[in-house]
Design a binder for this molecule. Structure first.
Ligand code: F0G
Length: 451
C-alpha cells in the first residue's frame, strides 16, 4: 500500500491515520465513525502531487487504446486519482469499468426530458457495480499479504469478492442472509469458490457478526466500510464526466442500500471539481425502496442528523438494508450537491424495471428504483425538461431472473400493491405462451401481441 501518497481521515472526528494503522473493522478508535481516503499532496494548487487536469484528460483518453492490462481496466485507467498501491503490479483486475452509457429515448419522451441516460454498471465482469470497488480493495488486501478476505452481502458484493479473490489466489468467506438473496448471485459465490455461510439473520445482522469475526482472526474486511472499496467505486464518476466531455450532467440518480455507492460517486465528482477537471458536481439523488428507507426517514424526521435503523422489507433484495453503514457520507453528498433522498413502492420498482427492459436495458430490481425515483422527482418539478439526467443501473438483469419472470407471469405483486396500476402493469407484461408447434399457431400468437 502506498502510505506515502494517501492517508485515512475519519469522517466523524477528522482524525488522520496511515493506511497501516486502520483497525480490522475500519472504524475510528476515537469516535467509531468510518474513514475516507485522502491524498495530502493534492492539497492546494501547486501541491507537489497535484495532478495537471489537461494532462490527465489526455492520458486517460490515450489509455483507452492501450493493450496494457492496467490501462484496459476502467478503474486503473484513472490510477493517478487512486494512488493507493505501493506497486500497481499488485492490481487484481478483471478489466472492470468502461461500462456503456446508453441514451433512454422512450423513457425520456414519456417524462418530457430531453437528455436521459443510463450508466449500466451491471455490465461489469461479475454483473454489478461492485467490481469497480472490489478491484481496488482486493489489490490492497493482496499487497498487505492477507490470506483471507470476507464480506457480508445481499449477494453482489459476495459475487464480486469471490471472483476477485479467486483471481488473486486468496481465500474468501461470504456471510449472506438465508433465503433472501437472488440465485444468480449465490451461484456466483459458489462458482468462484467462496466459503459461503447462509445465516439466519438479515444483511445488517451478517455485517454485525462479521465485524466481530475480523477482530478475532486475520481476515481482511471487504464491505464498503473499507474505504479502498469507495476509491474504486468513485471511478464511474470519471467515466461519466469524460463521456460528457467534462461538462457534467445536471442530475445523477443512484439506488441506496448500504450507501457506499452514492458516497463513492459523490467523492469522485467532488475530487474532479477540487482538482479543476470539472467546474461543478451533478445533483446526486438517492432512491430507496419504501420498505427499506432508513435514510429517507432520517431526512424527514431528523433533518439527516440521526438515523434510526429499520427492519427492511423489499423484493429488491440487493437494497434490503435497514442500518446503512455509510449513511453520513451519503448525507454529505446529497446536501453538498443539492440532490434529494426519496423512496418508491414495490409496484413502482416493478413497473420501472419492466420499462427499462422494454427499452432493451435489463437490470436488477434495485437498479430500477432510479427510473421510478426520476418519475417522482419530475412530477414534483425538481428536474426541468432541459436538464441532463443519468441513472446509475447497478446490477445485471440475469442476477434475479425469478423476479422478472414473476412480474411477467403476474405473480410478483400482491393485489393491494398493484391497486390502481393494473392497466399499466398489464400493458408491460409479456408472459411466455404455450403454443402448438404449427406455423398458424405461432403466427396467431404474434398477432395477439398488443403493442
Ligand atoms: N444496487 C445493487 C444491485 C446492489 O447490489 C446494491 C448493494 C445497491 C444497489 C446499493 O448500493 O449498498 O452501495 O448503497 N448491494 C450490497 C451487496 C449491499 O451486498 O451486494 P449501496
Amino acid at each position: 500500500m502506498n502510505d506515502n501518497l494517501h492517508q485515512l481521515r475519519c469522517f466523524g472526528c477528522g482524525a488522520r491515520i496511515s493506511g497501516a494503522e486502520a483497525q480490522p473493522d475500519f472504524r475510528c478508535v476515537r469516535c467509531g465513525d468510518l474513514f475516507e481516503v485522502e491524498y495530502p499532496g493534492w492539497g492546494e494548487r501547486g501541491g507537489h502531487d497535484r495532478p495537471n487536469p489537461g494532462a490527465l484528460k489526455w492520458l486517460w483518453r490515450e489509455r483507452r487504446c492501450s493493450s496494457e492490462a492496467l490501462d484496459r481496466s476502467g478503474v486503473w485507467r484513472f490510477r493517478e486519482l487512486l494512488p493507493i498501491l505501493e506497486n500497481f503490479d499488485n492490481a487484481v483486475t478483471l478489466f472492470e469499468g468502461n461500462t456503456p452509457l446508453y441514451q433512454l429515448k422512450r423513457a425520456a419522451k414519456a417524462l418530457g426530458i430531453e437528455q436521459l441516460f443510463a450508466k449500466h454498471q451491471g455490465l461489469n465482469p461479475t454483473g454489478s457495480f461492485k467490481d469497480t470497488g472490489m478491484t481496488a480493495a482486493m489489490s490492497v488486501a493482496k499487497e498487505r499479504g492477507f490470506e483471507w478476505v470476507a464480506c457480508a452481502s445481499t449477494g453482489n458484493t459476495s459475487a464480486a469478492m469471490a471472483a476477485y479473490a479467486a483471481r488473486a489466489g486468496l481465500k474468501c468467506l461470504v456471510l449472506i442472509p438465508d433465503g433472501k438473496i437472488a440465485w444468480g448471485k449465490l451461484s456466483q459465490a459458489m462458482d468462484y469458490g467462496a466459503v459461503t455461510c447462509q445465516l439466519k439473520a438479515d444483511f445488517d445482522g451478517c455485517l454485525r457478526l462479521l465485524t466481530q469475526i475480523v477482530k478475532e482472526a486475520p481476515i481482511y474486511l471487504l464491505n464498503s466500510v473499507n474505504p479502498y472499496r469507495l476509491e474504486g467505486q468513485k471511478t464511474p464518476a470519471f467515466e461519466i464526466a469524460e463521456a460528457f466531455d467534462w461538462a457534467v450532467p445536471d442530475h445523477l440518480i443512484v439506488p441506496g442500500g448500504n450507501l457506499g455507492n452514492s458516497s463513492a460517486l459523490g467523492k469522485g465528482f467532488r475530487e474532479l471539481r477540487e482538482l479543476g477537471l470539472v467546474t461543478r458536481m451533478p445533483k446526486i439523488s438517492v432512491v430507496q425502496a419504501a420498505g427499506a428507507n432508513p435514510l429517507v426517514r432520517s431526512f424527514k424526521e431528523h433533518q439527516a442528523s440521526a438515523l434510526e435503523p429499520v427492519e427492511a422489507h423489499t423484493r429488491a433484495t440487493a437494497i434490503r438494508i435497514g442500518n446503512p453503514a455509510s449513511w453520513r457520507k451519503a448525507v454529505r453528498v446529497i446536501q453538498e450537491s443539492g440532490g434529494w433522498c426519496l423512496d418508491v413502492t414495490e409496484a413502482e420498482i416493478a413497473i420501472a424495471k419492466a420499462e427499462l427492459g422494454a427499452e432493451g436495458l435489463g437490470c436488477e430490481p434495485a437498479s430500477a428504483v432510479t427510473l421510478a425515483g426520476l418519475k417522482k422527482l419530475r412530477a414534483e418539478g425538481k428536474i426541468a425538461s432541459s436538464e441532463t439526467v443519468v441513472l446509475v443501473l447497478t446490477g445485471h438483469t440475469l442476477k434475479d431472473a425469478d423476479y422478472t419472470i414473476d412480474f411477467h407471469r403476474g405473480t410478483l405483486l400482491k393485489e393491494e400493491e398493484a391497486a390502481g396500476l393494473e392497466t399499466k402493469i398489464a400493458g408491460l407484461q409479456r408472459n411466455a405462451v404455450a403454443v402448438e408447434a404449427t406455423p398458424a399457431a405461432v403466427l396467431a400468437a404474434m398477432k395477439g401481441r398488443a403493442g
